[in-house]
Design a protein around this ligand. Structure first.
Ligand SMILES: Cc1cc2nc3c(=O)[nH]c(=O)nc-3n(C[C@H](O)[C@H](O)[C@H](O)COP(=O)(O)O)c2cc1C
Length: 397
């Protein structure tokens, strides 16, 4: 069980014996604070504070090396997953996770779940959190600002997952209003109490901050296409910690995976936006956008986005989810196709109620119109485990 804020968050890592003022001091020395203001990178502020927090965190009464050993033992037990589906509201739901697993993902996060609503509302629980036996390793993410509520929510999912994750990264206005995500940065003692509450009370193995995912963008850098993730910042965190660290941001194809692992030293990567367009990314497939001139002829074209959408729809028939999620994935996976045939997109948008039959017919119509944009397969060696991604293509049925 781990708590892995998926955006640049140094502030989860707080020595629990310090007063709030001390904590701020520890997290940001004067010099570091100046640097921080200059670069707007909380992440870089105090690597030493990270290790020191981990040394002093209770984590079921284990301290120091024993905690780290346990964190690594759990990570090893899960097969050291390197290629991971990032948490995405309305988008990393069960059928999408299973689709990505079919195409090489080695672990996956759920979308962020709201811990209070999760504890209070059975309909929300049943709709927003579904899983199946093959959906492992699974990291369940909650947003929270109340330790007791968070624990209550976490207890409901612990039999079905491998890590519970606290979202300390959401930069959206809704998170500001609800006082969660990246805005907990303004209340370090609260973050500490959230982490401690789970670490001390949860029964799943490895409770405690035993895994940290770092998104290398700041709270203000919301547009992932505009701002490159700062992999140096992720490396600084990785170097400061003794637990597994995951890198997030700018993973668009397998060459990025390789470069990111080399540059950051991280133990795995998360991908979000690009995975939505190309769920086969972790199998080595890339959209034409990422094919370098001259490389085209060396790359096999085995799949296109409609093939993958059909796989996804079959998974949705098997594991029902709200239609708004399916709509969103159709737009993401067929975005390029719709740009070529906008009238089909309009027809799709105008449907107040969709059916699987409509969607399968829509793909046929696009194909009849001669629309087709291949995904390109490049064999990139990323020095990853025995679960080499291209070896993972197998039928979902
Ligand atoms: C549609 C969408 C929904 C997201 N929802 C969440 C979420 O629920 N929790 C979270 O921590 N991050 C969320 N994120 C952020 C991603 O997990 C990831 O940190 C970010 O997109 C950077 O990765 P990328 O450069 O691969 O897109 C979301 C991103 C997208 C595109």
């Amino acid at each position: 069980m781990a708590f892995s804020p998926s955006q640049t968050q140094i502030h989860t890592l707080i020595p629990h014996s310090n007063s709030p003022e001390d904590l701020d001091d520890l997290l940001c020395s004067n010099q570091q604070q100046e640097e921080l203001q200059k670069q707007q990178k909380c992440l870089l502020s105090a690597p030493d504070a990270l290790s020191s927090f981990l040394d002093s965190s209770p984590s079921r009464c284990l301290t120091g090396e024993a905690r780290f050993e346990r964190a690594w033992a759990h990570w090893n037990k899960l097969g050291r997953p390197k290629l991971i589906v990032a948490p995405m509201v309305d988008n990393s739901e069960l059928p999408f996770r299973m689709l990505c697993r079919k195409y090489g993902a080695e672990a996956a996060y759920t979308p962020m779940l709201h811990s209070r609503i999760f504890t209070e509302n059975e309909k929300y629980r049943n709709e927003e959190f579904t899983t199946c036996k093959e959906d492992r390793p699974l990291f369940v993410q909650f947003c929270a600002n109340n330790p007791d509520t968070l624990l209550e929510a976490a207890r409901k999912v612990e039999p079905y997952c491998d890590y519970v994750d606290i979202n300390l990264g959401c930069p959206q206005r809704i998170a500001r209003r609800g006082n969660y995500g990246a805005f907990l940065m303004n209340n370090l003692p609260l973050i500490k109490s959230l982490v401690e509450k789970l670490a001390v009370n949860l029964n799943v193995p490895d409770a405690g901050c035993s895994l940290l995912a770092v998104h290398g963008r700041t709270r203000d850098e919301k547009d992932g296409k505009k701002f490159r993730a700062d992999w140096n910042a992720i490396r600084a965190v990785k170097n400061a910690l003794k637990i597994p660290v995951l890198a997030n941001g700018n993973i668009r194809h397998m060459d990025d995976v390789q470069h990111c692992l080399e540059e950051t030293g991280a133990d795995g990567v998360l991908s979000a936006e690009t995975l939505l367009e190309n769920p086969a990314l972790f199998s080595g497939f890339r959209t034409s956008e990422w094919v370098v001139e001259g490389e085209d002829s060396n790359m096999q074209r085995k799949l296109d986005q409609a093939d993958i959408l059909l796989d996804y729809l079959k998974l949705c028939e098997r594991y029902p989810v709200p239609w708004r999620m399916i709509r969103s994935h159709v737009h993401k996976m067929l975005g390029d196709w719709f740009r070529l045939q906008p009238q089909i997109r309009e027809d799709f948008n105008s449907q107040s109620k969709i059916t699987f039959e409509f969607l399968y017919n829509m793909v046929d119509r696009l194909r009849d119109l001669g629309v087709g944009l291949p995904l390109y397969l490049k064999d990139t060696h990323v020095g990853i485990s025995a679960n080499a991604p291209s070896a993972q293509l197998h039928d979902t049925n």
